[in-house]
Design a protein around this ligand. Structure first.
Ligand SMILES: Cc1cc2nc3c(=O)[nH]c(=O)nc-3n(C[C@H](O)[C@H](O)[C@H](O)COP(=O)(O)O)c2cc1C
Length: 234
């Protein structure tokens, strides 16, 4: 093991935020996301840690994959099982905090916002684009529920194929089949109220700024005020 006193990260890229902060943080966030995605230095550059509120009062965090960013609306989307732990927590308390970290670029993005279901159409579209195994898996896994063994989980595949009346011989031949989207599976859209961008700076004088706005959600009606920004000490 190398000497732990040796710095492994020099924060020498020095590409901070613009002196004059833009009206919205989303164009910078999107450009950081796209750059990480295009270069794909790690396999899951769209991974984000999302924290929801557990009924015991503690935050509850796990990784999910960000599948859409809407810079105009100031929102992001991820997909999951609505009946899993985070799905139930969001049904109860529709607020989330997420963080992206792109270590290679010395960048962090923190977003807090209010959460709604993605539209049925976008969930259908995304579900249909997933690999067969993932589409079947959405039916097979009662996410976050206990199961006695991995074998028992695998055996559920047969039950699902029978339940959905899928063409078992086509599946055995490795062919794709149409799998309907489970009603309990779909997207969550997070409407950002607060976004913080962090860029590593030379000599650890990092650059950091936060944008806030008001978001009002009333059924299907979603409205958002203008962003206000503040530069923060690192
Ligand atoms: C790299 C990575 C990506 C993941 N992506 C997702 C995802 O997009 N959606 C999801 O529901 N779970 C995803 N998971 C699994 C979650 O971290 C978590 O284990 C699961 O959603 C159950 O969480 P819950 O019991 O708190 O609901 C991912 C895990 C990893 C490590």
């Amino acid at each position: 093991m190398s000497d732990p006193s040796t710095p492994i990260h020099f924060y020498d890229q020095g590409e901070g935020l613009p002196d004059s902060l833009p009206d919205s943080p989303f164009p910078i966030f999107k450009s950081w996301f796209d750059e990480a995605w295009e270069k794909r230095i790690t396999p899951n550059t769209n991974a984000m840690t999302i924290s929801t509120l557990h009924e015991d009062g503690f935050p509850d965090s796990r990784i999910v994959l960000c599948k859409d960013i809407d810079p105009d609306q100031g929102s992001i989307v991820f997909y999951t099982n609505y009946n899993g732990a985070k799905g139930k927590q969001l049904a109860e308390r529709p607020f989330a905090s997420v963080v992206f970290h792109w270590d290679e670029y010395e960048r962090q993005v923190r977003i807090r916002g209010q959460v709604v279901h993605a539209t049925e159409e976008e969930s259908d579209r995304y579900f249909a684009s997933r690999r067969l195994e993932s589409r079947l898996g959405a039916w097979i896994s009662d996410q976050s529920q206990p199961i006695e063994s991995r074998q028992a989980l695998l055996e559920k595949a047969g039950e699902v194929i029978a339940h959905l009346n899928l063409d078992a011989s086509a599946l055995m031949n490795g062919e794709d089949v149409v799998v309907p989207r489970p009603p309990h599976w779909g997207g969550f859209r997070i409407h950002a109220q607060s976004v913080e961008l962090w860029a590593g700076g030379v000599g650890r004088i990092h650059d950091r700024a936060r944008w806030n706005r008001a978001v009002t959600i009333n059924g299907d009606e979603i409205s958002a005020g203008a962003w206000s920004s503040t530069r923060l000490q690192p």
